[in-house]
Write a protein that binds this ligand. Structure first.
Ligand SMILES: Nc1ncnc2[nH]cnc12
Ligand SMILES: [Zn+2]
Length: 342
């Protein structure tokens, strides 16, 4: 049991690891399939949902890429993002840095502009109506040829104003960060932030490569760092944030169950850990659900959860005044909840 008494859905937080295509709920997938006259190979929403059982990252990616083919127009991307932001704000998200996989769309004939303009329109609406801030992070697909990443970056740099950063995702093992050193160098030279998935299924050495060769400012997942104590020391010393996704790690069997999740030992070692949802439509919960599940499984205190929320804001690529305002909101939450600050 924990001493949890607070409502973690109302704890203000930033979401730093969220693939917008991974927010495609089965209901919307069917709506968009109808609208775009695409036939999904499932009879019903329930039949599609029943396929959400995975043995590893690749088994998930196969379904993820197949289902996202229903996304075709700017409006589709806007509606997807609107629905995500509605759910996320109901679970306390005040700032969202959203990943997207343009190669998976452009390769099907969807223009890059339709993707960024659709997601961007929904983000702008939410900024106006719900006081949620955020931005877009373009992810390169590491299991596709490097030249394709170079090409999508060239396309993206014509609309660099729509982006805050670049990332690296998809199948990890066998696709080390070193392959993308030049692409990331170009992106950083254009003023973009850099993050990378590393140490989800892949070895801890990929985390060091992402830091040294990609100059990644945050590591997405990074949980296999626990296998290398020197690396854990480095992450703590350099205050590198890990964007951890606990429910994802269980569903993709990167950890056997939540009680065995390394989040707590990483935190205890001084690593700046954040909690995020990854692909919430597929993994059984949005960000607040992840907060509740880890608090329960790892017996974290309300103060621990508050620190995780503070880490998310401190590690965000948001303007300083926005971060200060959100840190004040977290203090207000703690005061209302009576969280002891020691
Ligand atoms: N968990 C994950 N790891 C790597 N690539 C992804 N793309 C979407 N979700 C992902
Ligand atoms: Zn991810």
């Amino acid at each position: 049991m924990t001493d949890a008494t607070s409502d973690l859905f109302t704890l203000p937080k930033a979401e730093l690891h969220l693939h917008i295509e991974g927010t495609l709920e089965p209901e919307l997938a069917f709506e968009l399939a109808d609208r775009n006259r695409i036939r999904l190979p499932y009879e019903s929403v329930d039949q599609l949902a029943s396929r959400y059982s995975f043995t590893d990252l690749q088994s998930f990616l196969d379904l993820y890429y197949a289902t996202m083919t229903v996304l075709r127009t700017e409006d589709d991307f806007a509606e997807l993002t609107r629905r995500y932001l509605r759910r996320a704000t109901a679970q306390g998200v005040r700032h969202a840095e959203i990943f997207f996989d343009p190669q998976a769309h452009v390769s099907r004939g969807v223009p890059f502009e339709a993707v960024v303009d659709g997601i961007g329109a929904a983000l702008a609406e939410a900024a106006r109506d719900q006081d949620v801030s955020g931005g877009l992070i373009l992810c390169f697909l590491r299991d596709r040829p490097v030249v394709e990443a170079e090409q999508i970056l060239t396309t993206a740099l014509a609309r660099v104003d729509t982006l805050i950063g670049v990332g690296l995702d998809s199948a990890e093992v066998g696709y080390p960060p070193s392959l993308f050193a030049d692409v990331f160098g170009r992106a950083r030279a254009a003023g973009l932030h850099a993050v990378a998935h590393a140490g989800e299924e892949g070895p801890a050495s990929y985390i060091g490569e992402a830091l040294d060769l990609l100059e990644a400012e945050r590591i997405d997942h990074g949980i296999r760092a626990v296998e290398d104590p020197a690396l854990v020391g480095r992450l703590a010393h350099e205050e590198t944030a890990l964007t951890v996704c606990p429910l994802s790690n269980v569903r993709l069997r990167a950890v056997p169950d939540l009680t065995a999740h390394p989040l707590r030992s990483l935190m205890d070692a001084g690593v700046r850990v954040t909690v995020n949802s990854d692909d919430p439509a597929y993994f059984g919960g949005y960000i607040g659900d992840n907060f509740v599940a880890v608090q329960d499984a790892l017996e974290l205190t309300d103060l621990d959860m508050m620190r995780i929320a503070q880490n998310s804001v401190e590690s965000a690529f948001a303007p300083l005044d926005r971060k200060v305002a959100l840190l004040h909101e977290i203090d207000g939450w703690a005061a209302r909840a009576g969280v002891p600050l020691t």
